[in-house]
Write a protein that binds this ligand. Structure first.
Ligand SMILES: Cc1cc2nc3c(=O)[nH]c(=O)nc-3n(C[C@H](O)[C@H](O)[C@H](O)COP(=O)(O)OP(=O)(O)OC[C@H]3O[C@@H](n4cnc5c(N)ncnc54)[C@H](O)[C@@H]3O)c2cc1C
Ligand SMILES: *[C@@H]1O[C@H](CO)[C@@H](O)[C@H](O)[C@H]1NC(C)=O
Ligand SMILES: *[C@@H]1O[C@H](CO)[C@@H](O)[C@H](O)[C@H]1NC(C)=O
Ligand SMILES: *[C@@H]1O[C@H](CO)[C@@H](O)[C@H](O)[C@H]1NC(C)=O
Ligand SMILES: *[C@@H]1O[C@H](CO)[C@@H](O)[C@H](O)[C@H]1NC(C)=O
Ligand SMILES: *[C@@H]1O[C@H](CO)[C@@H](O)[C@H](O)[C@H]1NC(C)=O
Ligand SMILES: *[C@@H]1O[C@H](CO)[C@@H](O)[C@H](O)[C@H]1NC(C)=O
Ligand SMILES: *[C@@H]1O[C@H](CO)[C@@H](O)[C@H](O)[C@H]1NC(C)=O
Ligand SMILES: *[C@@H]1O[C@H](CO)[C@@H](O)[C@H](O)[C@H]1NC(C)=O
Ligand SMILES: *[C@@H]1O[C@H](CO)[C@@H](O)[C@H](O)[C@H]1NC(C)=O
Ligand SMILES: *[C@@H]1O[C@H](CO)[C@@H](O)[C@H](O)[C@H]1NC(C)=O
Length: 580
C-alpha cells in the first residue's frame, strides 16, 4: 500500500504546472492561449481544461502568489496595493481635471490571480437591473440577471466563516451556492458593539437605511452584512481557487509566469475578417510567440487588454496610423469609455468612545503579534477580515435637483448610486466608498508605455453631486440615536463646509476604487461601436476573444470581481467555449 502513495506523491511533483521559465514548457503550440491570469483568465483556464482534449497555456506577466503572506492574510491586503512593489504594475493616471489636476496611483496587480490576489475581497454582484441592462445593450437575453445567476453559482462556494458563528439572519441561503469554486464567507470575527449599532441604525432609520438580509440577491439597496472572498480565514483568489491543487495538476493546463504579452502577431485578412497567427510575449529580455489553434483569449484586464490590442493594430485606425502603427482592424472603441468608481477611502473618520476598535491592534505591537500568532496557529481572529462589517447601499433622492438636468445613470430604481462601507472603527474610523458612473471619452486611444490611464474622475456635475450627497449620507447614518454616546467627533467636519470648500475637499481626496471596466466593451452584433459581440468574439476577427472586465458595457453598481469572475465574461464564455 505504501508504493501507490509514494508514486502519487512523485507524480504530483512532476505535474506541477506553474512554470517560471519558458524553456521548461513542452512547446508553444496550444489549442487555447489565455493572456492574463486574473479574475477572468483563471476561470476560463479551469473550465476549458475540464475537457481533457483541450490544451491550454496561460501567459501571466506577474510573479507567483505562492507563499506571499500579504496575499494570504486578509488583514494585510493593503500592503500589496499601496505604493510601488513587485506585486504591482505601479501605474498612475493622467492628470485628472476633476481632481485638481492630480495624477493618482492606479493599482493593478502583477501577480498570479491578478487583482483577486491583492484586492479588498469584497463580494458584491450588483443589481439585477445592472445585468438586465447588459442584456438590453447586447440584445442578448443570455446576459440578463436570470440567465447569469447559474454562473454566479458556479463561481461561488459559500463557506462557513472562520469563527463558525451562527450565520442565520445574516444572509439568504437561497441566493448562494455551496458548490462553486471561489470561497465566499461572512465575517470571521466579531465586533459586537459596532455591529449591533449598525443593525440598530436600520431600526431607527428604516426608510433611509433599511436592513437588507442579502445585498447579493439582485436587490442590493439597504444595509447588509459584508460577504467576502475569504475561506477558512484566508483570501480566496482566482489563483488559489481555480488554479488550486486539484486543478493545476491537469496535464492539459500550463501556466507561465514572467511572460509579458506585447501584441498579437501575423495578422491575415480574408474576406474582411482578421485572424492572428500568434501571441508575442517577452521573458528575460527575449521574445517568443505562442500559437493557438482554436482561440486566443485576452484577459489582461481593463488596462492590459486594450494596451495589447492597440499595439497589435486593433483600435482607432486614424490614431494608430498617425503613430506609424499599421492598422489591422479599425475598432475606435478600443481603450475608450473607461469607467471606474471614485472613492473617498481614508479621507476622514469619527473618533469614538470605545476600546473595541482596531487601534489597539494597529498601535500595540504585543497585541498585533498576538493576533498574528492566532492567525498563524488557527486562521482565526481579527486578521481573518479586511476590516468592514456591513455595506449600506443607497440612492439619491428621486427629487434631487441634479435629475432636472441629468438622466439617472443607474440601471434602474432598485440600483444604488452610493455605497457606504462600514468599517470597524479602524483607527477609530469609518471609511466611505461612494460610487458613481463617471464616463470618460478622453481615455487612451493611443498605445503608450506605460499606458495612458484616464478614468475621468469627477468630470461631470453628476459625479460631484453624488460625491457630496454620499458624504451627507454618511454623516446622516451616524445621526441615528444609537450612535449618540459612541461618536465623539468627525476628524474633519465636512457638514460645516461651504459647498465650494466641500467640493475642493472632495477633489483633493478622491481616489480610485480599482474597478475600471468597459475599455473593450461588448455591444450588440449590429452596433456601430464596441469591441466584442455578445459571444465575446472581437468584431471583425476570428479566433480572438476578450473575457475580462474590459468587456463590461456598463459598470455594475458593485465591486467588480464577482461580475468578472462569475457570470462573466468568463464562466459564461467557458460554457460557450467548450462547444467550440
Ligand atoms: C486595490 C484594489 C481593490 C479592489 N477591491 C475589490 C473588492 O474588494 N471586491 C471586488 O469585487 N473587486 C475589487 N477590485 C476589482 C477587481 O479585483 C477587478 O475588477 C478584477 O480583478 C478584474 O479582473 P480582470 O480579470 O479583468 O483583471 P485582473 O484581475 O487585473 O487580471 C489581469 C491579469 O493580467 C495580467 N496582465 C496584464 N497585462 C498583461 C500582459 N501584457 N501580459 C501578460 N499578462 C498581463 C496582470 O498581471 C493580471 O494578473 C479591486 C481592485 C483593486 C486594484
Ligand atoms: C501589513 O499590513 C498590516 C495591517 O495593515 C500592517 O500593520 C503591517 O505593518 C503591514 N506590513 C508591511 C510590511 O507593510
Ligand atoms: C513596481 O515597482 C517596484 C518597486 O520600485 C519594482 O520592483 C517592480 O518591478 C515594479 N513593477 C513593474 C511591473 O515594473
Ligand atoms: C488643470 O489643468 C487645466 C488644463 O491644463 C487648467 O485649465 C486648469 O486651470 C487646471 N486646474 C487647476 C485647479 O489647476
Ligand atoms: C461609450 O459607451 C456608450 C454607451 O454604451 C456608447 O453609446 C458609446 O458609443 C461608447 N463610445 C465609444 C467610443 O465606444
Ligand atoms: C464614554 O462612555 C462612558 C460610558 O461608557 C462615559 O462615562 C464617558 O463620559 C464617555 N466619554 C466621552 C468622551 O464621551
Ligand atoms: C499592549 O498590549 C499588551 C497586551 O494586552 C499590554 O500588556 C500592554 O500594556 C499594551 N501596551 C500599551 C503601550 O498599551
Ligand atoms: C506568522 O507567520 C509568518 C510567516 O508565515 C511569520 O513571518 C510571522 O512572524 C509569524 N507571526 C507570529 C506572531 O507568529
Ligand atoms: C425631496 O423630498 C423629500 C421628502 O421625500 C424632502 O424632504 C426634500 O426636501 C425634497 N428635496 C428637494 C430638493 O426638493
Ligand atoms: C462646525 O461644527 C462644530 C461642531 O463640530 C460646531 O460647533 C460649529 O458651530 C460649526 N460651525 C459652523 C460655522 O457651522
Ligand atoms: C486642497 O489641496 C490643496 C493643495 O494641497 C490645499 O491647498 C487646499 O487647502 C486643500 N483644500 C481642502 C478643502 O482640503
Amino acid at each position: 500500500m505504501l508504493i501507490p502513495w509514494l508514486l502519487l506523491g512523485l507524480a504530483g511533483d512532476c505535474f506541477a504546472k506553474i512554470y517560471e521559465d519558458v524553456s521548461d514548457l513542452p512547446g508553444l503550440d496550444y489549442d487555447f492561449v489565455i493572456v492574463g491570469a486574473g479574475a477572468a483568465g483563471n476561470v476560463v483556464a479551469n473550465r476549458l481544461t475540464e475537457n481533457p482534449s483541450f490544451s491550454v497555456l496561460v501567459l501571466e506577466a506577474g510573479v507567483s502568489n505562492e507563499g506571499v503572506i500579504d496575499s494570504i492574510v486578509p488583514f494585510f491586503w493593503r500592503n500589496l496595493s499601496a505604493g510601488p512593489n513587485i506585486y504591482e504594475w505601479n501605474y498612475t493616471t493622467t492628470p485628472q481635471v476633476g481632481l485638481n489636476n492630480r495624477s493618482i496611483p492606479y493599482s493593478r496587480a502583477h501577480i498570479l490571480g491578478g487583482c483577486t490576489s491583492h484586492n479588498t475581497m469584497i463580494y458584491t454582484r450588483g443589481s439585477a437591473e445592472d445585468y438586465n441592462r447588459w442584456a438590453d445593450v447586447a440584445k442578448d437575453p443570455g446576459w440578463s440577471w436570470d440567465s447569469l445567476l447559474p454562473y454566479f453559482f458556479k463561481n461561488e462556494k459559500w463557506t462557513p466563516p472562520a469563527d463558525n458563528h451562527d450565520t442565520r439572519g445574516e444572509f439568504n441561503p437561497a441566493v448562494h451556492s455551496t458548490h462553486g469554486i471561489n470561497s465566499v464567507s461572512l465575517s470571521g470575527s466579531r465586533w459586537p458593539i459596532f455591529e449591533n449599532q449598525v443593525i440598530q441604525t436600520t431600526r431607527e432609520f428604516p426608510k433611509e437605511f433599511p436592513f437588507n438580509l442579502d445585498y447579493n440577491s439582485g436587490e442590493p439597496l439597504g444595509v447588509g452584512w459584508l460577504q467576502s472572498t475569504i475561506g477558512g480565514g484566508k483570501r480566496s483568489s482566482s489563483a488559489t481557487s481555480y488554479l488550486g491543487p486539484k486543478f493545476i495538476q491537469r496535464p492539459n493546463l500550463h501556466v507561465l509566469l514572467h511572460a509579458q504579452v506585447s501584441r498579437l502577431v501575423r495578422p491575415q485578412t480574408t474576406k474582411g475578417v482578421v485572424t492572428f497567427g500568434g501571441v508575442e510575449f517577452s521573458q528575460g529580455g527575449s521574445l517568443f510567440t505562442a500559437k493557438a489553434t482554436k482561440e486566443m483569449i485576452l484577459s489582461a484586464g481593463s488596462i492590459g487588454t486594450p494596451a495589447i490590442l492597440l499595439h497589435s493594430g486593433v483600435g482607432d485606425k486614424k490614431a494608430l496610423t498617425a503613430l506609424g502603427i499599421t492598422s489591422v482592424l479599425d475598432l475606435p472603441s478600443v481603450g475608450q469609455n473607461a469607467t471606474d468608481q471614485p472613492a473617498t477611502f481614508n479621507a476622514w473618520s469619527w473618533s469614538v468612545n470605545s476600546t473595541q476598535t482596531l487601534d489597539p491592534i494597529e498601535r500595540n505591537a504585543t497585541l498585533f503579534n498576538e493576533a498574528y500568532a492566532q492567525w498563524n496557529a488557527t486562521h482565526t481572529g481579527p486578521f481573518t477580515n479586511f476590516g468592514a462589517t456591513h455595506i449600506a447601499w443607497t440612492r439619491l433622492d428621486a427629487n434631487s435637483t441634479i435629475f432636472e438636468t441629468v438622466t439617472d445613470p443607474a440601471a434602474g430604481p432598485k440600483t444604488p448610486h452610493i455605497e457606504i462601507l462600514l468599517v470597524w472603527p479602524w483607527f477609530r474610523e469609518f471609511h466611505y466608498l461612494w460610487d458613481d458612473y463617471a464616463h470618460s471619452d478622453q481615455s487612451a486611444r493611443i498605445p503608450s508605455t506605460p499606458p495612458l490611464i484616464d478614468p475621468g474622475f469627477l468630470a461631470t456635475d453628476f459625479d460631484l453631486f453624488a460625491a457630496r450627497e454620499s458624504i451627507k449620507r454618511a454623516f446622516r447614518f451616524v445621526e441615528a440615536p444609537v450612535w449618540k454616546d459612541y461618536i465623539i467627533a468627525p476628524t474633519v467636519n465636512l457638514l460645516n463646509m461651504s459647498t465650494d470648500a466641500l467640493d475642493e475637499f472632495i477633489r483633493n481626496i478622491t481616489s480610485s476604487a480599482g474597478h475600471m471596466t468597459s475599455t473593450a466593451a461588448m455591444s450588440a452584433k449590429d452596433a456601430s461601436y464596441g469591441v466584442v459581440n455578445p459571444d465575446l468574439l472581437v468584431k471583425g476577427a476570428r479566433g480572438l476573444r476578450i473575457i475580462d472586465a474590459s468587456i463590461i458595457p456598463f459598470i455594475p453598481s458593485a465591486h467588480t470581481q464577482a461580475a468578472t469572475g462569475g457570470p462573466d465574461t468568463s464562466d459564461y464564455l467557458a460554457h460557450r467555449g467548450t462547444a467550440l
